[in-house]
Design a protein around this ligand. Structure first.
Ligand code: SAM
Length: 257
């Protein structure tokens, strides 16, 4: 898969996209990332990329002539979608990452300053993606977030593909808690069942903890998901536990109960 990123700050990308799993995957040719400097498409002698907004107001607006020259040069005659990273876009999630991972090529446009000219957004942008309801100084970090989330779903990028099956959001639930050695750390014990070697009990324990986490931290996820008979049974157990306790465990700080 190929990612093209249009940005005013190419130097921001070198660390995150050259390190660890994504860096190795690029070295192995499983994906490629091309970074394009939008300023290279400014033709005046000062290489101006922005200007003041028509109608007045704070901040600078990225010029449409420069942006469109950059987009057209990078896209060529391919039909790769142009994705503008914007807080006004659809909020990016795991399902979108999986859909994007099926495409051969994505062109990501990172904005900066106050905004890009609206005419670019309406005529040269296919989709807008936000990484959350907050405003960042630029689209560079969001572009890296999208590349990372999509790239790790590509075949061969993760050493053990089964880890994809078992993580948060993949099956509509948050992941279960994980433990490693030592089994007793400062008198904090790993749950007994995980040491038992009993696969069926471990599977059920993990499913229950996954459901517990989701119920306490992200109950909204359960509303959009069909539950199996076993999951319904476990949820009933959990509801019983909490109604007996009368309150949610103190360790579940993230609960919005
Ligand atoms: N004035 C814009 C607005 O209110 O929608 C915000 C512009 S922001 C300061 C500058 C650039 O950062 C945007 O053009 C966009 O590319 C990027 N950006 C900021 N927050 C973002 C977010 N949550 N998701 C994706 N991109 C974001």
């Amino acid at each position: 898969m190929r990612f093209d990123i249009l940005t005013l700050f190419p130097e921001m990308f070198s660390g995150p996209l050259s390190t660890s799993i994504i860096g190795k995957a690029r070295e192995r040719g499983l994906l490629s990332v091309e970074i394009w400097n939008i300023r290279d498409y400014a033709l005046d002698k000062h290489r101006t990329v922005d200007d003041t907004p028509y109608g007045g107001g704070a901040g600078m607006v990225m010029r449409p002539d420069v942006l469109v020259r950059a987009i057209e040069a990078v896209r060529g005659d391919s039909d790769a979608p142009v994705i503008y990273l914007s807080p006004q876009g659809s909020v990016f999630n795991q399902q979108m990452a999986a859909e994007l991972a099926r495409l051969p090529r994505l062109i990501l446009l990172a904005g900066h300053y106050e905004e890009i000219d609206e005419r670019v957004r309406q005529n040269w942008v296919d989709w807008e993606l936000s990484i959350g309801d907050y405003v960042l100084t630029g689209g560079e970090l969001p572009a890296m977030v999208v590349v990372d989330a999509v790239a790790r779903l590509l075949p061969g990028v993760l050493g053990d593909a089964s880890s994809l099956q078992e993580e948060s959001f993949q099956d509509g639930l948050l992941d279960y808690p994980q433990y490693t050695r030592p089994a007793n750390f400062r008198d904090l014990q790993v749950p007994e069942v995980l040491l038992s070697g009993h696969h069926e009990q471990i599977r059920r324990f993990r499913l229950k903890e996954s459901l517990r986490r989701t119920l306490l931290r992200r109950p909204d996820l359960l509303q959009h998901r069909e539950l199996s008979a076993e999951e319904r049974e476990i949820l009933e157990e959990l509801v019983q536990e909490y109604s007996c306790e009368g309150r949610v465990n103190d360790d579940e700080h993230h609960s919005d109960h």
